[in-house]
Design a protein around this ligand. Sequence first.
Ligand code: AMP
Ligand code: GLY
Length: 421
Amino acid sequence: MRILVIGSGGREHTIIRKLKESPKVDRIYAAPGNGGISKDAECVNIGVMDKEGMVAFAKENAIDLVFVAPDDPLAAGMVDTLTANGIRAFGPRAEAAIIESSKVFSKNLMKKYGIPTADYEVFDDPKKALAYIEERNKYPVVIKADGLALGKGVIIAQTQSEAKDALKEIMEDKKFGDSGNNVVVEEFLTGPEVSVLAFTDGISLEPMVSSKDHKRAYDNDEGLNTGGMGTISPNPYYTPEIAEICRKTIFEPTVAAMNSENRTFKGCLYFGLMITPDGPKVIEYNARFGDPEAQVVLPRLKTDLVDIIEAVIDEKLSQIKIEWKDGATACVVMASGGYPLSYKKGMEITGLDENGQVEGAEVFHAGTKLENGKFYTNGGRVLGVTAEGKTLDEALDKAYKAVKKISFEGAHYRTDIGRTK
Ligand code: AMP
Ligand code: GLY
């Protein structure tokens, strides 16, 4: 098979490494890919939003399958366009990807179908939103821009005045553009967070092994929210009992709700959960693999990923058995100094042997470029240094040993991945 993977980050590098393990795969292309990815796949310079470009490339190169990994092209209907042109594609259509691209949609869906989530109000008028905040006396409160905002459209306001500032920034100053035309104002929940990704063909749903992201930039969960600074799998808070509750009250009802709305979801559905004192609740849905969740989940997959993708597309997911490795994985993200704010690019990366130089560790490239045989930084998140172990401690130990061998000017990483709630 000839497979095209759309995207250019650590998640896509992980997907490509996994696809390479399949005996069914002859050739992998990445659009646009990155420096590290170019060692594992042929990178082609087509932008992730260029639907016509993807269709033309897929036709010219007899592509058998396109894996659409990032949120933007999914929300923009990349899968719809590819499918309409007779090209097999993995991922939800736009009408289903809306579960991630509109928080107003997902909150209303959960309310309508009784899926547990934080209580909330929706506003499209900044005056009404402000009037609501004037009356509200329960803080903190969470304010979310409706649309995609690079994971930055969520503000936890500790006081009324912070809430007003947030509303003003989102709705009036349009800090996140049109994403802020509508806002969700919701109850602040507490408890450990868990990410559960699941394969679904719209009929059945198979949860993958659980994981935990670390979204804040600095140790002790301080600093700004980022795309994710590191992950572990499994998530120690996700017990078999909690998993069973999630399946019955969240996962299966979500698949059924999307079917009832005529928005059947096929692909990878990501449940961002919080285990609150009142039970598990949904914080957010994503319509795709998480980044860096993919980096710890996919290495634990034993079943051929190509078989699973084909079963999802052909609506035969219940016919295959998906198996996972025991043990644990950990991923430590090495970022450019300054990320998630401004940072420099083009720093040479040293100590970067293909496999991180530590047995059981591997490096997924998120933002690198390759020039004359040398790797340079080329993004905020640069590398996802990942390791497997029999235990979480072993996985973390190996990942950090590998991290210490790698350096570039300004490199920043958290030293407490897997150690915080
Ligand atoms: P999201 O982009 O929706 O995943 O939100 C980013 C982060 O904000 C989440 O990972 C949580 O840590 C936090 N968050 C979002 N919604 C809430 C909430 N209702 N209560 C507490 N924390 C939240
Ligand atoms: N790591 C969180 C996300 O991919 O949205």
